[in-house]
Design a protein around this ligand. Structure first.
Ligand SMILES: [Zn+2]
Length: 332
């Protein structure tokens, strides 16, 4: 038996016995992809001067080499031990220290911080105070809580390098911060924009949709040329942020139109006392109506627009209803 989940794209059979029976999707636009990985499965490249980024093709980490050791920005477990290999490679090529002395957490999630405990001993862990609270709550030995915390903002001066950490409110997670490197023309903001790609499920698994949407305006308010988004195989540009903003704007506009036009009556007539069946039928229809034109517009523009747009549309549409009260009616 197949249980379709229409908050994602529904397919006839999600557990076929052969790969050939799995659904096909649109080809990935070439500009979505980044540089080739080495034999160990990573790529390390210079962002600007002594700032470097590392990717495994899906996740990203970054680091600064300084006279006071290396400052690591996130430690995704999928890159894992390749983080130190990348640091070693750069440090030996440049004759600088390979000792990771500082680790900055972008937010508390395990997929970006789960290799943190590989870096132990004499290391300063730095993060937002809510990152500390959440990591203490979650009690995962792979992610030691930061001891050096801040509230709204903190400027780090490490080995002559400046890193500005700013919390602008909840977005993807309650604790997700902006990491601005003004002397390297770079902004690191994780799990908001995946350059070249559509967001994964539900606006990149975002907890606060309105904060998520606002975060890109905030990002563009900073001066920078290079964007480290935490995901996929390449760095981003200001144009990548603009394309993502248009995509989200289109989802919002299309969701409003669908909420205005899809008639709920048939679902409630059909399902009678099974209210949840009616709600599901109606909201699934709103989602499909809203997502279809967006998928058409962005196929070939953003990789996997056909894979995840319906999921994000469902999520955004719920935020329109629940956060903004769109379509809410008071019983007469
Ligand atoms: Zn996350």
């Amino acid at each position: 038996m197949n249980t379709p989940d229409t908050t994602t794209e529904a397919h006839a059979n999600t557990r076929p016995s052969a790969a050939d029976d799995l659904p096909d999707y649109a080809p990935i636009p070439r500009p979505a992809l980044g540089p080739a990985l080495n034999e160990q499965g990573y790529y390390v490249g210079r962002v600007e001067r002594n700032l470097y980024w590392v990717t495994d093709g899906t996740y990203q980490s970054a680091f600064l080499t300084t006279t006071d050791g290396v400052v690591l920005l996130d430690a995704p477990p999928t890159i894992g031990h390749n983080i130190q290999r990348a640091v070693d490679e750069i440090a030996s090529a440049n004759g600088v220290s390979n000792r990771v002395a500082h680790l900055v957490y972008s937010h508390h999630h395990a997929d970006h911080a789960g290799a943190s405990s590989l870096f132990n001993g004499d290391i300063a862990r730095i993060g937002h105070e809510e990152t500390r609270n959440l990591l203490l709550r979650d009690d995962d030995p792979a992610r030691p809580a930061p001891e050096e915390t801040f509230g709204d903002r903190r400027t780090l001066e490490i080995g002559g390098q400046r890193i500005e950490l700013v919390w602008h409110g909840a977005n993807h997670s309650p604790d997700n911060i902006f990491i601005h490197l003004p002397d390297h023309d770079t902004l690191m903001l994780v799990d908001i924009v995946n350059p070249g790609w559509a967001p994964v499920y539900q606006s990149n698994l975002t907890e606060d949709v309105q904060g998520y949407i606002e975060a890109t305006d905030t990002a563009l308010g900073y001066p920078w040329k290079h964007f480290i988004g935490g995901h996929m195989g390449r760095l981003g540009t200001r144009d990548d942020i603009a394309v993502h903003q248009q995509y989200m704007d289109d989802i919002v506009a299309s969701s409003r139109t669908a909420l205005d036009t899809v008639d709920p009556t048939p679902y409630f007539v059909k399902y009678g006392e099974n209210t949840w069946a009616a709600v599901r039928g109606y909201l699934d229809a709103v989602t499909a109506t809203a997502a279809t034109p967006v998928i058409e517009k962005y196929t070939g523009v953003l990789a996997s627009a056909d894979v995840f747009t319906a999921s994000t549309t469902f999520h955004v549409m719920q935020s329109l209803r629940l956060d903004l009260g769109y379509g809410s009616q008071v019983h007469p």
